[in-house]
Design a protein around this ligand. Sequence first.
Ligand code: SAM
Ligand code: SF4
Length: 325
Amino acid sequence: MKLFEDKFGRKFPYLRLSVTDVCNFRCEYCLPNGYQKSSSCFLSTSEIINLLNAFSELGTEKVRLTGGEPTVRKDLTIISKAISTNTNIKTIALTSNGYNLYQKAEEFFDSGINALNVSVDSLNPEKFKKITGQDKLEHILKGIEQARKAGFKKVKINTVLLKDINDNELPEILNWIKNEDLSIRFIELMRTGDNVEYFKKHHLSSEIIKSELESLGFIPSLRKQDAGPAQEFEHAEYKGKIGIIAPYSKDFCKTCNRLRVTSKGDLRLCLFGGEGYSLRPLLQNENQIEELKNKILELLHFKHETHYLQQGYTGLTQNLASLGG
Ligand code: SAM
Ligand code: SF4
């Protein structure tokens, strides 16, 4: 099947779907005051299936379930089971803060989730607690172990790079991946509507990590043609890999391969776009699939070539919990 593309020739094999805005953490750069209750209800399983069937007919093969914290949704495994049995989506990925992994890793795996990203911003328990508001580092590391035992072959770890907080932790991280087949991704802190002061204080270019890795003999991994924005580095003496996600770098948007849908059914063409387009009225009945596909193709026409973060424009995104990061 020919994969749909935008007017700049970018293809979209990958959809990020937020299933809830709710979160049980208070990450300083995301929800420093915790989740504030909102009134709307989140997409139901049947709305999600109608959405994914349309995307899948357009050629999308991978969905990432995210949030907020997706694992706080009680019916998460009902959703993932429904996706694996009622759609042609091949990869069901989950991005989680790891809080519920220790208890539920097996249930997640058995429900059809087959790729896992866990956020770990520091390997120092005190710093972890300061960043996330939760004294749970050890519990989360145990959860990652549990996930691998349950069958998740490759676990990716997301680490937001924070100046003067975790920017000196590369040695500990390298120690971790020496004998473990993990992929740790340093994500540059992104400015959002809510975190302007924090961003000014803690944003750091990932070039620093890149030069440290190169000086240690790490080399860039070969990039697949449809690879997303992470640049990975590898080393013969390390089992794991280090990835870098640098949204402020030149050409970052050229490799954009994803669209996003919020937990209330708005299509977002860019993490930092100024528009959300409600697809919800077209998710109510499976007979609306042709209309829904046409709507998605029509809206894709409005996707810009790049974001305007360098100019300080963060679009609608007040925090990434509202859109799934
Ligand atoms: N709650 C889940 C988690 O933390 O993994 C999923 C949602 S969270 C919004 C997805 C990813 O976005 C996490 O890895 C998080 O650290 C990252 N993130 C959140 N806000 C960010 C920001 N302002 N800049 C860079 N990454 C951010
Ligand atoms: Fe919650 Fe994830 Fe945001 Fe942290 S980054 S507050 S875990 S949504």
